[in-house]
Design a protein around this ligand. Structure first.
Ligand code: ADP
Ligand code: ASP
Ligand code: MG
Length: 406
């Protein structure tokens, strides 16, 4: 008898038929004698729609109220899923994130989990219930409702699996595993039977929204092995786990495209010590994640000036612009511009550590396609470039062809 944490994403619970399909699977595992904790997302499109409603009221709503609003999406699904289990005679109880003991910091809309005390979950499991937990949400020690960032139900599942010391953690979604690229963009992408935490981290950080980045960080930190698989069939999925020796034989594990970044450029920034520190400190204080950064060669006499570009997640763009405008007096740059038409394209693989010439091959491929590279960033196992969004999907397919052969 195992303790299993299952997570079902938005499409998997997208309508009542799908919810019935999900609970049939839950009931099957329970009938085999397992204990089940089921994390669910909001029905597909619901979170996006709630955000749209809020923006119709005002462009930059209070983040506390945003969390109040967004948490309702998952609260709908937990109740429906519990009812669907009751309808087929399975005892089940739904819990909000707070009721499941998920305590977070107070950074609304992207709160971090601080600890989990799943007393109530344990008690309900002991009483023979299936426990349905709302993904994506938690509560501060002061009792404020928070959310964990887009895609955050993945994090709820991984964190609960760690806290409950679950035997198995299964992430059910609308594809049957992690592929060498997003199959919606690259039809020839192949399913991976396994992938290391580090590669999954880089892919997630590079925009592969199959798993939320922070959920993979959490899994790595606590050694939670999990499987990504489909809620629509019984195909074996992809196991995400610690790197093994044989994984290094593959140079490039996957290609990914992030269409969710925007580039901010500060023009005419005085090039003196402390300027970059002031800019990025202010952004960090506003909880804005900065990804790629490029600073140009400075020019001019006296205090020379330079141009500084960086990328942020698109939903943070307005907030970032506001923060930067607020620094204008202190720093004295000339102008700030924003470009939402960029795509960040990345290739990832642990085998890159022991192979040279990968970057040259990537840049050469893009050059042959007439694609200009705007920004570059690298890690030991990843190379990313920012390019024109209009060419980004084509570029993804070309790179997949060159490095992964399909
Ligand atoms: P869920 O709602 O279940 O959390 P998501 O929409 O967040 O599902 O993630 C699943 C989607 O991730 C897939 O439909 C697919 O289009 C996309 N995706 C991006 N990159 C990959 C990849 N490398 N492998 C598989 N799917 C990917
Ligand atoms: N409903 C949330 C979102 O759409 C969380 C999730 O689905 O994981 O981002
Ligand atoms: Mg998701």
């Amino acid at each position: 008898m195992a303790l299993i944490v299952q997570k079902y994403g938005g499409t998997s619970v997208g309508n009542t038929e799908r919810i019935k399909n999900v609970v049939a699977r839950v009931a099957k595992y329970r009938a085999e004698g397992h204990r089940l904790v089921v994390v669910v997302s909001a029905m597909s499109g619901v979170t996006d729609n709630l955000i749209k409603l809020a923006k119709e009221i005002m462009p930059l709503p209070s983040e506390r109220e945003m969390d109040m609003l967004l948490a309702t999406g998952e609260q709908t699904t937990i109740a429906l899923a519990a009812m669907a289990l009751h309808a087929i005679g399975v005892p089940a109880v739904s819990l909000t994130g707070a009721q499941a003991g998920i305590v977070t910091d107070g950074v609304h809309t992207k709160a971090k989990i601080q600890n989990i005390t799943p007393k109530r979950v344990h008690a309900l499991l002991d009483g023979g219930q299936v426990v349905i937990v709302a993904g994506f949400q938690g509560e501060t020690l002061e009792g404020q409702i928070t959310t964990l960032g887009r895609g955050g139900s993945d994090l709820t599942a991984i964190a609960l699996a760690a806290a409950l010391k679950a035997d198995l953690c299964q992430i059910y979604t609308d594809v049957d595993g992690v592929y060498t690229a997003d199959p919606r963009i690259v039809p020839g992408a192949r399913k991976l039977s396994e992938i290391s935490y580090d590669e999954m981290l880089e892919l997630a950080g590079a925009g592969a929204k199959i798993m939320q980045l922070r959920s993979v960080e959490f899994a790595k930190k606590f050694g939670v092995i999990f499987e990504v698989r489909s809620s629509l069939n019984d195909n074996p999925g992809t196991i995400v786990k610690e790197e093994t020796k044989s994984m290094e034989d593959v140079v490039i594990r996957g290609v990914s495209l992030d269409k969710n970044q925007a580039k901010v450029t500060l023009i005419g920034v005085p090039d003196r010590p402390g300027t970059a520190a002031s800019i990025f400190k202010a952004l960090a204080e506003a909880a804005i994640n900065v990804d790629m950064i490029v600073q140009n060669v400075s020019h001019g006499s006296g205090t020379p000036t330079t141009d500084l570009s960086f990328t942020v997640d698109k939903p943070d763009l307005l907030k970032a612009q506001k923060v930067i405008e607020g620094l204008k007096k202190e720093i004295g740059f000339r102008q700030v511009t924003a470009n939402e038409a960029i795509g960040k394209l990345s290739i990832v693989g642990v085998g890159m550590r022991s192979h040279s010439g990968i970057a040259a091959r990537m840049f050469d491929t893009l050059a042959r396609e007439g694609i200009n590279i705007d920004m570059i960033s690298t890690s030991e196992i990843k190379i990313s470039v920012a390019i024109d969004l209009a060419k980004a999907e084509h570029a993804t397919r070309v790179l997949h062809q060159v490095f992964l052969g399909a």
